[in-house]
Design a protein around this ligand. Sequence first.
Ligand code: NDP
Length: 414
Amino acid sequence: MNEKKKQAFAFGYAAVPLMVILPPLVYYMWICMEYYGGAMVMPTLEVWRHIPLPTVTSVAIWMGWFGFQAALQIYAPGPWIEGAALVDGSRLKYKMNGWFTWWFTWVCIAAGVYLGWFKPTVLFDHFGPLMTTVHLFAFGLSAWMYLLGKMRPDDGTAELTGNLFHEYFMGTALNPRTGNFDWKLFCEARPGLIGWVAINLSFAAQQYQVHGSLTTPMILVCAFHFFYVADYYFHEEAILSTWDIRHENFGWMLVWGDLAWVPFTYTLQALYLIQHTHDLSLAATVGIVALNVAGYLIFRITNIQKHNFRKNPEALIWGKKPEFIKTQKGSVLLLSGMWGIARHLNYLGDLMMALAWCLVCGFGNLLPYFYIIYFTILLVHRERRDHVTCAAKYGKDWEDYCAKVRWRIVPGVY
Ligand code: NDP
């Protein structure tokens, strides 16, 4: 297998096992939370009997939500921005209207609740059937993306492996589009991401309904997540230089990850906190907030430094002209600021925030810590894949960069 094919076969023979194991894992964690107080029980037949079927309401909620977000993606005001250069040198344009969409969505949800069109607990009430609805939708959409890519492969598409399952898993096109509608950007950035925060708030409403008040951990977790996603929209353009957009085909892994995994597992902490109404001491609250803020600053400064540098390599970083390697490929690798300390300090910042979100849940159960465990595995694996891709792309220049910037994610440790 040549180097390009090896990259394309990134998940090797794990594609099918992952598609078989991950959806039940999402159900399992929800069932443990919902029916067993957050304890990790043996996954017996009794446990799986809790898997719900879709309902008319859950299908209506999901289709309404997906359609509403798609309409906003198409019609909401926002500038058209050019993405990174594709292999043929051309650039796709993306409508950056996320900031407007984010706030407009909350105005609509608040109005809907105020006018009595739906209850604030609606997403909690239909969570199980919604999960099944979204899973079926994600498998279907992935099949459509597979066919779309086969019919209209685009220039930047990572080399295909010829293995049906792996191609379905990884996708067959880099930028599948219908007209100007970019399926990958939309799914990455809209229904699942805003859905995650909407579900959290619905869980908070449920806690309020059951207990008559909101606990500090619930307020913290909802505020942290709200801020994280709002910040994403504020810096929306930065997504155009991320790995997913630049290098990852759009297949089951991203479709299901964006639409099902994110909203149904990133909300586990808020789900856990509905029934676990412990409080936090002032010291613990301050410590957790400080961890989240420190993580955020590392994450945001790192990402924005790369983004600004790629837009204008002359712009000062920490008051000095940036040092960089001009690669044979033409692009530039930053050696200053955060990018001179480690190759992925943005991952470290993200992990610190993830830890803060888990810590609010206390130490009663392991399941609320699922996020930091999974996220560590994801980012370590992602860094390895990124390293292989960059090594293949930049060759000797990448070796020079790695020699100068020794640490991968955590300076002094890894
Ligand atoms: P990066 O934004 O770090 O992008 C990596 C790419 O940047 C490389 O492929 C390379 O691409 C380029 N690059 C590498 N080194 C340099 C350098 N020194 N100077 C300039 N460019 C360089 O990684 P990701 O896209 O993986 O992550 C973006 C953010 O998204 C991170 O903060 C991450 O934590 C977050 N994230 C969050 C997830 C979640 O579920 N919450 C999931 C995944 C990521 P090239 O040279 O080809 O441009």
